[in-house]
Design a protein around this ligand. Structure first.
Ligand code: PMP
Length: 424
């Protein structure tokens, strides 16, 4: 096996690609996949992937705990999804109009997702969430949109986390509330008054660099109550969690149904697709707004989505992700006790976030993920990770072997006083 990247020492292949990229791509890479955001040593470029394994351009193999930041839910190169995609590709992908797969997919989505009376499709989560906002405004003839502080809904001017190039006008009708804080939600709704078009909420609190948090039932119900009382649309952003928590939508277990919902990531196991689902109240508005894109009707991703959703329904994929996530969480807890490290695991077990208490600058977190990386396991220090149904017990045990080595090394040399000082 090729050696893994080590702290500050990149493979020749990686170094050469980075140098070429820097000349022709601003910063060498844009957005969330720029590894300049991670501690030095992470590979920027990959060559192939299969199941839950990933190989970098120097041939080093990793158990991938990111699943492409979420889209891979059945494993890379799932044979059933790829067979459906290949069969569609043989006929055609992009054409002058949509294929039959569009109708088949919309029927399957409406049948699978209880709140959905209709569906439309796009490419990215940002497309889906922006369309939800536009449809809500068209349907209510109002402007104000409530957004939780720190929640990510995409990279368009109305919601991107960086304010570079964003004008005050882009954000003029966004009102913030605090996730899981009913009083702040009520205040924000009062502020919007009779101009309230939509209340947006992520499936759970999965903001980067802070512990993840499930919505309380009372909070979810308060959202529904406020929307029912005011006529605003309850918009669930299931882009990240969709198809991993519950096949019918992440808030199904709460019995709280949204009016509109945005989906992407896992919907087609890595093929580019997003969806908006909605109820009949917003059907006419969805028909009025103009949303489209050159590639939105490509047939291959739709055929892949049909195969993905069918497989998720027909198998115990979600239960497998949960069982494997639990195996990982319990193993890590045990190791943290053994090595006396203040590990904090949050979020649903199949979308874990692993951080350390008293480590605001990620000094310990960065060391931990780099030690794991050198042992062939790709973790993230401050973004939630993702399991797929291709992660089997032996893969999780490989991960635990790496984390055991990482924690053992750290516990020998880490100065705990650094943590004590930083702790609140
Ligand atoms: N909403 C949420 C909750 C997300 O996690 C993301 C992507 N990370 C988006 C929206 C935007 O999706 P995309 O990157 O596909 O535009």
């Amino acid at each position: 096996m090729a050696p893994h990247a080590t702290h500050n020492l990149l493979s020749q292949e990686e170094g050469a690609l980075r140098a070429r990229a820097l000349r022709v791509i601003p910063g060498g890479m844009w957005g969330h996949m720029n590894v300049a955001r991670l501690p030095a040593g992470y590979p920027q470029f990959f060559r192939n992937a299969r199941g839950c394994r990933l190989w970098d351009v120097a041939g080093a193999e990793y158990v991938d705990m990111m699943c492409g930041y979420g889209p891979i839910v059945l494993g890379y190169g799932d044979p059933d999804v790829e067979a459906a995609a290949a069969a569609q590709r043989d006929r055609a992908d992009l054409m002058t109009g949509p294929s039959e797969a569009l109708v088949e997919l919309a029927e399957l989505v409406v049948e699978t997702i209880p709140h959905a009376d209709w569906a439309l499709f796009a490419k990215n989560g940002t497309d889906a969430m922006t369309a939800c906002v536009t449809i809500a405004r068209a349907g209510t003839q109002r402007r104000k949109v409530l957004v939780a502080k720190g929640s990510y809904h995409g990279a368009a001017p109305w919601c991107t986390p960086s304010l570079a190039g964003v004008t005050a006008e882009d954000r003029a009708h966004i009102v913030h509330y605090e996730y899981n804080d009913i009083a702040s939600l009520e205040r924000a709704a009062d502020e919007a008054g009779n101009d309230l078009a939509a209340v947006l909420v992520t499936a759970f609190r999965h903001d980067v660099k802070r512990p993840q948090e499930a919505p309380t039932l009372a909070f979810a119900q308060a959202m529904r109550r406020i929307c029912d009382a005011t006529g605003a649309a309850l918009v669930l952003d299931d882009v990240r969690a969709g198809f991993r928590i519950n096949i019918g939508g992440s808030w199904e277990p709460y019995g709280v149904r949204p009016d509109l919902c945005g989906w992407s990531k896992a919907i087609a196991n890595g093929h580019p697709l997003a969806a908006v689902t909605g109820n009949d109240r917003f059907r006419e508005a969805a028909q009025q707004v103009y949303v489209t894109g050159s590639f939105w009707c490509a047939a291959v991703p739709m055929a892949a989505a049909v195969a993905t959703i069918r497989k998720l329904r027909a198998t115990d994929a979600i239960a497998t992700m949960e069982a494997m996530g639990r195996r990982l969480r319990e193993g890590l807890e045990q190791q943290a006790r053994t090595y006396d490290l203040p590990l904090r695991q949050t979020g649903p077990v199949q979308m874990p976030l692993i951080m350390f208490d008293g480590d605001p600058d990620f000094a310990l977190g960065h060391r931990f993920v780099l030690e794991a990386l050198q042992r062939g396991v790709y973790l993230h220090p401050w973004h939630n990770m993702f399991l797929s149904s291709a992660h089997q017990a032996a893969d999780i045990d490989r991960v635990l072997e790496a984390t055991d080595g990482a924690m053992k090394d750290i516990s020998r040399s880490f100065d705990r006083r650094q943590l004590a000082k930083a702790a609140p």
